[in-house]
Design a protein around this ligand. Structure first.
Ligand code: ATP
Length: 317
């Protein structure tokens, strides 16, 4: 989307009424076509824009915009914050930056992603201003082979922050965050490097503050838990906890996180089904995780370990 459109959105989101004439100027179109352009904006970004007869337009739910300086002020040393209005995917951007030699600690947040990704090429959808979508680059001395458990560590870090804020968030193996039985946040980890190291990891997070609408599965939002927090404050708190957890993981491995992950486990001892991308699904009881972060599953043939590769987990109801 072009810069003028963002300027208009920012102007509208102050909650005031803005004249069609001024908006026409900013959008670079005739007054006659302002209505259609504003309607397209509202539809494209799922915004509720009110038309006040004879006066102009008003955004009914003002947007809490991201502010790089505010997030940076609350972020830990070593984390460099960038905010972009629109991009395809922050994970794709940060992967490219990592390949070009970017140092560890780059955090890139986007107001809007046109091709936000989840695991296995699935889509991550987020209404403008209604969530956080960001990616963090972290470099490790070790090779990718020693990073098993990393995605669970990320889940633990995010869950700590959200529980501190009062949301009873739990973890679904390997790394989704649930509120009740619905998905509140997803994590997409992409690795670059070889078995011996060093490695570069891009940690992508999508988190709903406001309801995300129809996203293909039941979704939850922080607001439903009575939590209303500035996106900038929340982003800084998440980056702070993530940086601390990643540093501890680099020094001590997954062991210090195993019990805590289990503590936050949403489906402990519950019947679940593990669905691989290909092949047969496996049903059993979720016994928790082992020291590497693999899921311990009690099937009719006994206990087995499921690794977080190409599988999705569902609760058996
Ligand atoms: P699953 O959640 O199905 O077990 P996954 O963990 O691999 O799979 P992710 O990679 O975390 O999923 O995210 C992609 C999936 O998340 C999409 O297939 C979609 O169902 C769901 N999704 C997309 N946007 C949102 C959102 N804003 N809130 C909650 N869920 C979403």
């Amino acid at each position: 989307m072009k810069a003028p459109v963002w300027a208009v959105l920012r102007r509208l989101s102050d909650g005031g009424v803005h004249s069609g004439e001024r908006l026409a100027e900013e959008l670079g179109c005739s007054r006659a076509s302002v209505n259609a352009r504003i309607q397209a904006l509202a539809d494209g970004y799922q915004l509720r824009i009110d038309r006040v007869r004879g006066q102009g337009y008003r955004l009914l739910s003002p947007i809490d915009w991201l502010d790089a300086a505010a997030i940076q002020a609350g972020a830990p040393a070593g984390v460099r914050v960038e905010v972009v209005e629109e991009t395809t995917s922050t994970n794709s951007d940060v992967l490219a930056r990592a390949a070009a030699g970017e140092a560890s600690g780059l955090a890139r947040l986007a107001e809007s992603q046109t091709a936000g990704r989840g695991r296995f090429g699935r889509r991550w959808l987020a209404p403008l201003g209604g969530g956080l979508t960001f990616s963090l680059l972290w470099r490790f001395e070790c090779g990718v082979g020693q990073l098993s458990g990393l995605s669970l560590v990320v889940g633990v870090a995010l869950t700590r922050v959200l529980n501190r804020l009062g949301a009873p968030v739990r973890l679904k193996w390997p790394n989704d965050l649930l509120l009740g039985e619905r998905k509140l946040a997803g994590i997409l980890i992409e690795l670059a490097g070889d078995a011996l190291g060093p490695s570069a990891v891009v940690i992508g997070v999508g988190l709903n503050l406001l309801p995300a609408g129809d996203v293909g599965q039941p979704a939850a939002a922080l607001r439903e838990a009575g939590v209303s927090v500035s996106r900038n404050v929340l982003a800084a708190a998440l980056l702070t906890e993530l940086a601390a957890a990643l540093s501890q993981f680099a020094a001590e491995g997954f062991a210090p996180f195993q019990a805590e992950w289990q503590h936050w486990h949403a489906w402990q001892d519950e019947p679940v089904v593990v669905a691989p991308m290909q092949g047969e699904a496996l049903a059993g009881l979720a016994l928790g995780i082992d020291a590497q972060g693999a899921l311990r599953l009690l099937t009719s043939d006994g206990e087995c370990s499921v690794h977080a590769g190409e599988v999705s987990l569902r609760r058996l109801v």
